[in-house]
Design a protein around this ligand. Structure first.
Ligand code: ZN
Length: 241
């Protein structure tokens, strides 16, 4: 294999290690972010339950005020019963009193139902608050753990980065620049193998004449389709197929 290609593939192997380390860090961070957003969901649930209580408590207060008014009205009608003379007036008053009492009863039942609902919601809030407390503690522990894990991963990354700096020196500056640029724009892959005349970066066939030159292995070529730097190396298992 061409000397430059050998150095380039070594460099790319190190770069892939570093990429892998970066995604390890990202995974750790994502897991933590997921838990932290679960906690936010829990907080939102508590807030929703609380505002539901507020709404129905307001409804209860309105009902209670109406009941008080209606009771006064019923009492007034009852007092008036003593004064009326005709049967027709009596019947009308009695109906008003009955209607009033019925309405009071219905509203009192609604009030009781609301109080039961408030009780239910309050215990749900309590439950969620307890869970929130436990989850917060867990998250704190988890955060500390992840921080430690990331520190350890970063140490490995530093080692690889030092290796990378050393390896990069083995390459001429223009070639290194070209490789770095390709890696940046071509999904982390700057130098690629060509198998059976097909670029393993973009999976497009290269012209047969260029492939023949590549097989000789003494010159660098760019893939005509993706521009990645090409080399040829037949993997042991592949050739047996
Ligand atoms: Zn290609």
């Amino acid at each position: 294999m061409n000397e430059e290609i050998a150095e380039l593939t070594l460099l790319q192997a190190i770069d892939h290690q570093i990429d892998g380390i970066d995604s390890e860090i990202q995974e750790e961070q994502n897991a933590l972010d997921g838990k932290s957003s679960d906690l936010t969901d829990r907080e939102n649930t508590i807030a929703e339950l609380s505002s539901k209580i507020e709404v129905i408590e307001q409804e209860r207060r309105t009902l209670e005020a109406e009941v008080a008014d209606e009771m006064v009205h019923v009492k007034e009608r009852q007092a008036k019963m003593m004064q009326v003379q005709t049967g027709r007036e009596q019947t009308a008053l009695l109906k008003e009193i009955e209607d009033g009492k019925k309405s009071v009863k219905e509203k009192e039942e609604k009030t009781v139902a609301i109080m039961e609902e408030v009780e239910q919601l309050t215990s749900e809030i309590e439950e969620n608050k307890n869970l929130f407390k436990g989850e917060t503690e867990l998250l704190q522990e988890e955060t500390a753990k992840v921080k430690k894990a990331i520190t350890a991963i970063n140490k490995r990354k530093k080692t690889q980065e030092n290796k990378r700096t050393k390896q990069a020196k083995a390459l001429k500056a223009p070639l290194l620049r070209k490789y770095d640029k390709l890696r940046k724009h071509r999904n982390g892959l700057g130098v690629v193998n060509v198998l059976d005349g097909v670029c393993q970066g973009c999976f497009m066939a290269i012209p047969p004449q260029q492939y023949n030159l590549l097989l000789r292995g003494d010159k660098l070529f760019d893939c005509p389709t993706c521009q990645r730097i090409m080399y040829h190396e037949a993997p042991a298992e592949e050739t047996k197929k």
